[in-house]
Design a protein around this ligand. Structure first.
Ligand code: SAM
Ligand code: SF4
Length: 324
């Protein structure tokens, strides 16, 4: 698929639930976000049909996210169905890792290729504070399980917040030395609950690179499989890499290849833009794969040129509802 700006669109991010077992302070309030009625959430069969339609339209990469996707019952079965659609489909998952240790083997067997695990700190008390109750040990077991099962490349997604965890840049980067872990620093975005304060706490990719520059002879590295918008560097002899995702300071909308499907069936060609198409009623109404594929092609063609994170417009949905 191509949009009107000539961007090739071949990547679909699918949020399979709005529920989460953590409460990261920049993503949602302590008591969570109001959950939508289960009846408004797509069933596994509806997800499978829409993903099939997306592959018919040209999608070759699918990433499951949420909310916390591992909370969605039947996810391994959905992955198995999706893996059976095309041999060349790249299937990935973004998770907080809490439930991963017990599921990594099953997910791999179902056809999942790789995982991104969100981890903002290596300090147990700080992890509990940032996530409001999370147990860092469980995430580590999840990371070990992902490595052991070959859900590779294993990427670690880190959001730095000034004054909260920006003193851990080096410790996090050090993870890449002995293990095939790819640590990516993602700029904090002023979305929903972080909208008011995020700009003041943003740690830009440039600042992080500067912090790391004096610490070793970084060399540009090939991106690990998955080829997203990050730029990667490696320390000599390191098994993994460090990547930067400058979503705000140097945004990559010009090369964005994504579409998103929310858990309630909204097809969004851009994470942060009002443009969206409701596909839930279509799939519930019995639309054929060809009809759904046409709707997906039209949504992709109209992909906005760039996000609206500059403050001119505010989405009422949180990152967990949009499918970060
Ligand atoms: N629960 C899963 C997880 O945490 O990996 C998947 C969904 S979560 C919304 C996806 C990613 O969005 C996480 O890596 C999280 O750190 C990131 N995120 C949430 N709010 C963000 C914000 N305001 N700015 C940047 N990243 C954010
Ligand atoms: Fe849950 Fe992920 Fe949001 Fe943290 S970032 S609260 S784990 S959805």
């Amino acid at each position: 698929m191509q949009d009107k700006l000539g961007r090739r669109i071949d990547y679909l991010r699918v949020s399979v639930t709005d529920r989460c077992n953590l409460r990261c302070f920049y993503c949602m309030p302590e008591d969570g976000v109001p959950l939508v009625d289960r009846g408004r959430i797509l069933t596994l069969e509806e997800f499978a049909r829409l993903i099939e339609a997306a592959t018919t339209a040209g999608v070759r990469r699918v990433r499951f996210t949420g909310g916390e996707p591992l909370l969605r019952k039947g996810l391994p079965g959905l992955i198995r169905t999706v893996a059976g659609l095309r041999a060349d489909l790249d299937i990935a998952l973004t998770t907080n890792g809490v439930l991963l240790a017990g599921m990594a083997g099953e997910l791999k067997a179902a056809g999942l290729a790789r995982v991104n695990i969100s981890l903002d700190t290596l300090r147990p008390e700080r992890y509990a504070a940032i996530t409001r109750g999370g147990d860092l040990d469980r995430v580590w077991r999840g990371i070990e399980a992902a490595l052991a099962e070959g859900l590779a490349p294993v990427k670690i997604n880190t959001v730095l917040v000034r004054g909260v965890n920006d003193d851990e840049v080096e410790d996090l980067a050090r993870l890449t030395l002995d293990r095939a872990l790819h640590v990516r620093f993602i700029e904090l975005m002023p979305i929903r609950f972080a909208a008011g304060w995020a700009p003041d706490r943003l740690v830009t990719a440039a600042v992080i690179r500067e912090k790391l520059a004096g610490w070793g002879d970084w060399e540009p590295a090939h991106p690990p499989a998955g080829g997203g918008p990050a730029r990667y560097f490696r320390l000599p002899g390191a098994q993994g890499t460090v990547g930067f995702i400058p979503a705000l300071s140097d945004h990559f909308c010009g090369s964005c290849n994504r579409l998103r499907l929310t858990a309630t069936g909204a097809l969004r060609p851009c994470l942060y833009h009002a443009a969206e198409t409701d596909v839930r009623e279509l799939v519930r109404g019995g639309a054929s794969i060809a009809e759904l594929a046409d709707v997906i092609r039209i949504a992709a063609a109209g992909k906005p040129s760039g996000h609206r994170l500059d403050g001119g417009w505010r989405d009422q949905r949180s990152m967990s509802q949009l499918g970060g």
